[in-house]
Design a protein around this ligand. Structure first.
Ligand code: 4AD
Ligand code: MG
Length: 434
């Protein structure tokens, strides 16, 4: 006789399940016993169910073993589905047999423990309902991003993470010893994606990026997932249209596919469904004026910090674009605005409600001489960038691209206070374990 296969707990709540025998496998959420009766709430990836077990049905030793299972202990249960109006979902499982897979040690994670303790126990905290909901939203969001990019005929590339040149400012690069030579953990795949537009025109990479910033803020990680897109024959207006379509498309997809998880996290799916193009486009000059009108004393040429970004987005329901920044505060590869050498053809997308920058993008400088000069001015080691400069030698074309911080997007969508709660094992200046 073959063993019955275990089934997902969700089947218990499906049609025609009442009266059926079913085997489930999962982990104990909580238990209580009274006399010869035991109530176990068991979860698997599809849901949770109340299991009732009777001493006279299970037998002395099996009942005793089941009674001593710890929270998060693992179980396999055979039982019959029964109607029960008092249970969540209106059904319960009446156990005929309980096999304790592992009884487990007392689970150390409980409510109201300090944040530091919870970060030390992250490998266990990932089982919490809040983390489960967040990472399901994140998985759906990643899938929706890939679906969108495929629909736009953008091809996925696999750029390297170990590199020989820091691309976004040497000071914030993690340097490593690469067999006796300096190496760096990638801060951006942009330069490699630029090389790949020549054969493919429209490419993206979804890779970790690393920033050695000692910024202890709710939106900085030292390792984050970076979605980067690079498009040949693209100008700033077309780039922003693309970004906007992408954000609306993934927000709608997440709202449609994960409404329960979003609600559990405090984000109403309706808010996301209401997002629609176009997002407001505000030039840096206009932003400065707005900020001054609100009492900020900010000089033209200054970068915008958290407080400024907050002030610009607190009352917004949709993300907004900030465009045409002063050249001095932006990267060497950004194209000067035609007719205005003080600004660059760049745009940041800021999330509403003060969540801050989601995307940084720009048109790229295509002229070899100007690009070389700009790079030299940063004090970079020119020889290690020769391969990149080569891209302006063999059929250089206008192109543009952007980088999206995936955890920044997840943070806004799931309304998390801190970016570390949008990734299972966050890396911050003070922590790279567990
Ligand atoms: O604005 P950034 O630095 O732009 C670039 O790296 C470009 N080379 C990307 C490109 O055009 N291909 O970074 C892009 C995005 C930011 O908008 C932000 O969302 C995210 O990456 N980001 C971070 N996310 C989490 N923690 C950090 N420390 C981040 N730094 C940037
Ligand atoms: Mg940026």
């Amino acid at each position: 006789m073959t063993e019955p296969a275990a089934e997902p707990i969700a089947r218990i709540f499906g049609p025609e399940a009442v009266g059926r025998s079913i085997r489930i496998r999962g982990w104990l959420v909580r238990a209580r016993s009274s006399g010869g009766l035991l109530f176990l709430v068991v979860r698997d990836r599809t849901g949770q169910v109340q299991v009732t077990a009777r001493r006279d049905v299970l037998g002395e030793s099996d009942f005793d073993r089941a009674e001593h299972v710890q929270v998060e202990g693992s179980l396999e249960i055979d039982g019959t589905v029964a109607e029960d109006r008092r249970s969540p979902g209106g059904r319960e499982l009446k156990a005929a047999r309980i096999h304790v897979v592992q009884s487990g040690d007392p689970f150390p994670v409980m409510a109201d423990q300090t944040e530091e303790f919870r970060l030390d126990q992250r490998h266990l905290v990932v089982r919490s309902p809040e983390m489960v909901a967040t990472f399901r939203v994140k998985a759906t969001l990643l899938r929706a991003l890939r679906e969108f990019l495929e629909s736009e005929e953008v091809l996925e590339m696999t750029p390297p993470v170990l590199t020989g040149n820091p691309a976004e400012g040497g000071a914030e690069a993690f340097q490593i010893d690469y067999f006796g030579r300096p190496g760096y953990l990638s801060q951006t795949a942009q330069l490699y994606l630029e090389a790949l537009i020549f054969p493919h025109e429209r490419v993206y990479g979804l890779t970790p990026s690393f920033r050695a910033e000692k910024s202890r803020t709710p939106r900085h990680l030292t390792e984050y997932l970076h979605l980067e897109v690079e498009l040949a024959w693209c100008d700033l207006a077309e780039l922003l249209d693309f970004e906007e379509r992408m954000i609306v498309s993934v927000a709608h997809a997440v709202a449609d596919r994960r409404p329960a998880e979003l609600r559990e996290l405090g984000r109403s799916p309706e808010e996301l469904r209401a997002l629609a193009a176009p997002f407001a486009r505000l030039s840096y000059d206009e932003a400065i004026e707005r900020l001054r009108a609100r009492g900020f004393s900010i000089a033209w040429g200054q970068d915008l910090g958290t407080a400024e970004e907050r002030a610009l987005t607190m009352e917004e329901a949709q993300p907004i674009f900030l465009t045409r920044f002063p050249k001095e505060i932006k990267a060497f590869y950004m194209l000067e605005t035609p007719g205005n050498p003080r600004t660059v053809e760049a745009a940041d997308l800021l999330a509403p409600e003060g969540y801050g920058e989601l995307i940084g993008g720009s048109c790229r400088e295509t002229d070899l001489t100007r690009l070389t000069e700009r790079l030299r001015a940063t004090g970079a080691d020119l020889p290690s960038y020769q391969w990149y400069l080569d891209l302006r030698r063999y059929g250089s074309v206008p192109h543009a691209g952007f980088g999206l911080g995936v955890e920044r997007l997840v943070r806004w969508i799931t309304r998390r206070d801190h970016i570390r709660d949008t990734t299972p094992f966050p890396r911050t200046p003070s922590r790279h374990t567990p």
